[in-house]
Design a protein around this ligand. Structure first.
Ligand code: ADP
Length: 158
């Protein structure tokens, strides 16, 4: 049984994230969709809010577990017995930092491999930050996030 972990800030979850999560969950037996707790960032949504929004988005996918973790990803991956770290790759600009993280993670925990899944090209330019930026200025984010996430974002900027 291969356990995989898909980590991110998910502040908030977008359709790009969801696409990667769905595709990864069809390959691995269990996928932990893991919200990283980073005390140095000031997110729009609390960890609990993000977990709830994600839960609602993946409720119909039985092999996805929605969790959060503090600290280093490799420690968490080791705790849950994950063999794979899943990352979505959008543009070439993602590649450099993702390769650095994957290399450092493998140095710290050689038993875990990072698998990159290329984004659905419809979502290549989509990020949580751009969604927040659009919404903050009153733009329409309907085609970028699930409907309940759209409602939650609009509520924050009301
Ligand atoms: P963001 O860059 O949107 O703030 P996160 O830090 O939450 O995203 O990213 C978590 C993971 O999801 C990373 O591997 C990132 O490359 C991937 N990801 C983010 N947005 C997309 C997208 N639109 N398509 C595919 N993968 C994505």
């Amino acid at each position: 049984m291969t356990i995989a972990v898909y980590p991110g800030s998910f502040d908030p979850l977008t359709l790009g994230h969801l696409d990667i999560a769905k595709r990864a969950s069809s390959i691995f037996e269990t996928l932990y969709l893991a919200v990283m707790v980073n005390p140095h960032k000031s997110p729009l949504f609390t960890v609990e809010e993000r977990l709830q929004l994600i839960e609602e988005s993946v409720a119909d996918i039985k092999n996805i577990k929605v969790v959060s973790f503090p600290g280093l990803l490799v420690h968490y991956a080791s705790d849950i017995g994950a063999k794979v770290i899943v990352k979505g790759l959008r543009l070439v600009s993602d590649f450099e930092s993702e390769l650095q993280q994957a290399t450092m993670n493998r140095q710290m925990l050689p038993s875990v491999e990072t698998f990159f899944i290329p984004t659905n090209n419809h979502y290549s330019y989509l990020s949580s930050s751009i969604v927040k930026e659009i919404a903050r200025h009153g733009g329409n984010i309907h085609e970028f996030v699930p409907a309940h996430v759209e409602a939650a974002v609009l509520q924050k900027y009301k």
